[in-house]
Design a binder for this molecule. Sequence first.
Ligand code: ZN
Length: 341
Amino acid sequence: MFKDWEEVKKYQVDVVRILTNSMKLNRVSHAYIFEGPNGTKKEDTALLFAKTLFCQKQINGNPCNECHNCRRVDNLTHPNLFYIKPTGKVIKKEVVTDLIKEFSKASLEIGPRVYIVVDADKFNQSSANTLLKTMEEPGQEIYQVLITENYNGLLSTIISRAETIHFKPIDRLVIKEYLCQLAVDETLANIISQYTADIEAAEQISRNKEMEEVILLVTEIYASMLLKDRSSIISFYQANNIVNNLEKTDFFLSLLILFQKDILNTKINSNQELVFVNEKEIMNRLAKKVDVIIIKDILDEMLNLVNKLKYNINTTLAFNKLLMSMERGYKYATYSRSDSI
Ligand SMILES: [Zn+2]
């Protein structure tokens, strides 16, 4: 959990400006919508917002992180903090009714109350109405933070009564630095930060040894393009237990695309920084060997496959065809496009 607003700035500078200003000027809205893609620190920011509101000894607009209230927010045990995360497809009315009952209990402490609702787009009409009614109770220090990745899925009654704060995808460089701080190898951090802008997903991948095997497989496939006696298709089949689910298939194809783009950038002497920085030699040799049109065509074929993978196609067969195209292009210079998957 975040300790202060300075920490959040690294990820969401505009959000920090808006929220800290409104607190400084005593113009905090009673309902916020935190909107933005997965892995953009919306929940952590909402909790810091709550902690700041509850803290008894704020220091320059930041929570002290030491008082009783701060500690209870950190442990999610503050009685006036309600953190709602739906488990099913919708937030049922009963959940909201229970919550309101909790709210009216005399055991609650004096002072502000904060609701944080994750996946607020999962409210159905009646539970949203129930919650909206509480929002409008006058004279209460009630704050709501509704979090969503699907802004268009929110009910218009909610949108019109709340202030929307947009969370942008986190900068790739920030993700890379974050991974390096976790002692992830720099090359690996580089590759993962190019693959995803979701900081939580990036951290998960960096801890997953199987994903590292996928990276090795991609490098091996490209290395084999330089050797007539080694087949990338055999490498792929031998590694079939590595690329064995949707997540890894997606990662595998994305890495092939990043490597292919690296070769293209090498070929056209682009200033673009390479992703697979340790494989410059392979890239130089492949780039020298084939025409730029073939490099682009293979890249196109990979990009087309991204769309096809969304449908229920035979992935082994699809990759088999792609690898054959790559072999024809890089190894035998007899490339012709195979579109018939
Ligand atoms: Zn405090």
